[in-house]
Design a protein around this ligand. Structure first.
Ligand code: HPA
Length: 290
C-alpha cells in the first residue's frame, strides 16, 4: 500500500491519490453516474441487472484495495438501469478483514470525485428489535458508530477541505426524502409488509455478539447490528452525498441464556439468498426515481 501514509496525524491517502484513481476510471468509461451502490455480501446481483455494463476488477484500478471475502466478486460495475447510469461496488471492504478504516472507505471518496451525489448502501444485519422478522428489510434512519466510539472514525487525521468540513453533522445522515421514496417504492412493489425503519449499530466484528452485548445494544436503542456500512456513510456525508441505507435482517440475535440458537454465517447467507431478489428490485426501482 505504497500510496498510504503511515502517520497517525495524516489522512491515510492524499487527495492526489484518490484523484489518480478517479481520473483513471474517468478515462476507462464514458459513463458519468450520479448514483453509487455498495452491495452487501450476497447482494451484488443488482449489478447483473444493469445494461451497457462495464466491469472493472478492483485489482486493475490504480490504488484501489482488493477484496478478500469469498463470494465477493471484487469489481466496480458501471451501467444503466432503464437509462439511468449508476455504478455498483460488487464486494466491499470490511474492517474485520484487517483493512485500515481509510481503506474501507477509499471507494466512497473515489465516487465523490467521479461526480456521484447519491450513495445507496446495503448490508446484512442481525435483528435486535423484537418485532422484526428474519427476511425483513430495514431502512436505516440513523446509526451508532461503535468503532467510532473506540477511535476508529475514517475522518480522524488531517482534514482535507476539498472533501468536506472538519466537523461534519451526522444527525441527518440518512436523508428522509430518500427514505420516503423507498417506502413508496416498497409499497408499489408489494414488499411494504416486511419493510421496517430503524437504527443500525456497527460493530467491528468478525465475532457475532455475545448475549450480554446484544442486550446492551438493545438498551442503547439499536434495532439491527452489523459489521459494515457506517464508515462509508460517514465519508459520504462528509462530502455532502445523499445517503440511503438498507439492512436485510438475516437472523435474529440471541438475547436469552436459555436459548440454543446460535448466530451463524450460513443462516445469514440463506436469508440473503431468499430476499436478494426483493432487495434488488427495491433498489433498482428506487434508482429510476432518484
Ligand atoms: N451480527 C452482526 N453482523 C451480522 C449479523 C449479526 O447477527 N447478521 C448479519 N450480519
Amino acid at each position: 500500500m505504497e500510496a498510504a501514509s503511515s502517520s497517525p496525524t495524516q489522512c491515510r491517502y492524499s487527495y492526489e491519490v484518490y484523484k489518480e484513481t478517479a481520473d483513471w476510471l474517468l478515462a476507462h468509461t464514458e459513463q458519468r453516474p450520479k448514483v453509487a451502490v455498495i452491495c452487501g455480501s450476497g447482494l451484488g446481483g443488482l449489478a447483473d441487472m444493469l445494461s451497457d455494463k462495464i466491469c472493472v476488477p478492483y485489482k486493475d484500478i490504480p490504488h484501489f484495495p482488493v477484496s478478500t471475502v469469498m463470494g465477493h466478486a471484487g469489481q466496480l460495475v458501471f451501467g444503466k438501469l432503464q437509462g439511468r447510469e449508476c455504478v455498483c461496488m460488487q464486494g466491499r471492504f470490511h474492517f474485520y478483514e484487517g483493512y485500515n478504516i481509510h481503506t474501507v472507505t477509499y471507494p466512497v471518496r473515489v465516487f465523490f470525485l467521479l461526480g456521484v451525489d447519491t450513495l445507496i448502501v446495503t448490508n446484512a444485519a442481525g435483528g435486535l428489535n423484537d418485532s422484526y422478522n428474519v427476511g425483513d428489510i430495514m431502512l436505516i434512519k440513523d446509526h451508532i458508530n461503535m468503532p467510532g466510539f473506540a477511535g476508529q472514525n475514517p475522518l480522524c487525521g488531517h482534514n482535507d477541505e476539498r472533501f468536506g468540513v472538519r466537523f461534519p453533522c451526522m444527525s441527518d445522515a440518512y436523508e428522509r426524502a430518500l427514505r420516503d421514496l423507498a417506502k413508496q417504492t416498497a409499497k408499489e412493489q408489494g414488499c411494504d409488509s416486511f419493510l421496517q425503519e430503524g437504527v443500525y449499530c456497527m460493530l467491528a466484528g468478525p465475532t457475532f455478539e455475545t448475549i450480554a452485548e446484544c442486550r446492551v445494544l438493545q438498551t442503547l436503542g439499536a434495532d439491527a447490528v452489523g459489521m459494515s456500512t457506517v464508515p462509508e456513510v460517514v465519508v459520504a456525508r462528509h462530502s455532502g452525498m445523499r445517503v440511503l441505507g438498507l439492512s436485510l435482517i438475516t437472523n435474529k440475535v440471541v438475547t436469552d441464556y436459555e436459548s440454543n440458537d446460535k448466530a451463524n454465517h450460513e443462516e445469514v447467507l440463506k436469508t440473503t439468498q431468499r430476499r436478494t431478489h426483493d432487495l434488488q428490485r427495491l433498489v433498482s426501482n428506487l434508482i429510476i426515481k432518484i
